[in-house]
Design a protein around this ligand. Structure first.
Ligand code: ADP
Ligand code: MG
Length: 293
């Protein structure tokens, strides 16, 4: 097969994928999309209702134990939301539900006002623009910092398109900018395996950002970092606010204090309290279950 034919094949595949996505968003009755009179592009996140993420009455049980119990919560576009709560509160399970790793028994989970995440698989949800950072860093230790970022860009293009992938100058610029953002410009040719724990966490965050997620979920990102690394991470997150929507689960109160606007306290799989850090820290119920006296 000639390269031209292969490229045509890739184009056809992409068109086919786009048609599939369009079909997923069509209404069952064959009518227009549920976006009233607004023009809505399938696959685009509709945030005209002021919400990028919306959970309503979500519950999930594991062997009869309700890990998430009628959880309702929403996040505004560009918001940096902090989630705190005792161990076992359901914070990680909530992220599992949003990203399609765990299916809830009941409830609604929407990305924007039109994308029903419960009708999408885990890889589809990632493709829609929800990135997730797990607790442990998962970078490719044998590759350099630069190669890890490059790979993140390629992977996002899909396997077929990545066969023809060459960094263009805009992408090279973006990669250099990302290295700067995550404080790893000086380490770009270092093997990822030689980085400190904090640097690996930054690299993984950079890899997620290369895919330009609309919503980024981060589970205990500063756990195990030095104080200096934690401070730099706070700066990084503050710089992301507004450009991306972020949901950050953390136990480090001084970190939360630096980055937070609204803090949601989870307990027993539901929202116990919500407000500024000062407000929730003064809440008797929060002190009781989480902060201690
Ligand atoms: N896959 C699972 N199977 C059984 N129990 C689970 C599973 N995932 C989480 N749990 C339970 O659900 C509860 C909430 O866990 P988790 O979401 O990890 O809490 P957090 O992240 O707030 O510490 C815990 O009691 C945990 O043991
Ligand atoms: Mg957890």
């Amino acid at each position: 097969m000639t390269p031209e034919l292969m490229a045509q094949g890739t184009q056809a595949m992409l068109a086919h994928e786009a048609a599939l996505v369009a079909r997923q968003h069509a209404t069952e009755s064959g009518g227009r999309l549920a976006s009233f009179s607004r023009v809505h592009t399938p696959g685009e996140v509709d945030v005209t209702h002021g919400r990028i993420l919306y959970l309503e009455d979500v519950s999930v049980s594991f062997d009869g134990f309700k890990a998430i119990n009628k959880l309702s919560l929403d996040i505004a576009p560009g918001e940096l939301r902090c989630i705190i709560g005792p161990n076992g509160a359901g914070k990680t399970t909530m992220m599992d539900i949003i990203t399609g790793k765990t299916r809830p028994d009941e409830g609604r989970v929407f990305f924007g006002s039109t994308i029903d995440l419960l009708r999408h698989t885990e890889p589809q949800i990632a493709q829609l623009g929800i990135g997730r950072k797990f607790q442990k860093p998962t970078v490719f230790e044998q590759l350099t910092v630069f190669e890890n970022l490059e790979l993140a860009l390629k992977t996002h293009k899909g396997v077929k398109a990545s066969m023809f992938f060459r960094l263009d100058s805009a992408q090279t610029d973006r990669l250099a900018e990302m290295l700067h953002t995550i404080h790893l410009s000086a380490n770009m040719n270092a093997q990822a395996g030689t980085l400190s724990h904090g640097q690996k966490q930054w690299l993984e965050i950079g890899m997620l950002l290369m895919q330009d997620p609309k919503l980024l979920l981060l589970d205990e990102p500063v756990a195990g970092m030095t104080d200096a690394e934690t401070e730099r991470t706070a700066e990084l997150f503050l710089s992301l606010k507004g450009k991306h929507s972020l949901m950050v689960v953390e136990h480090d109160m001084s970190f939360i204090n630096t980055i937070s606007d609204i803090v949601t306290v989870l307990c027993d799989g539901a929202v116990l309290a919500q407000g500024t850090l000062d407000q929730v820290q003064a809440d008797e119920r929060v002190i009781e279950v989480y902060l201690g006296r």
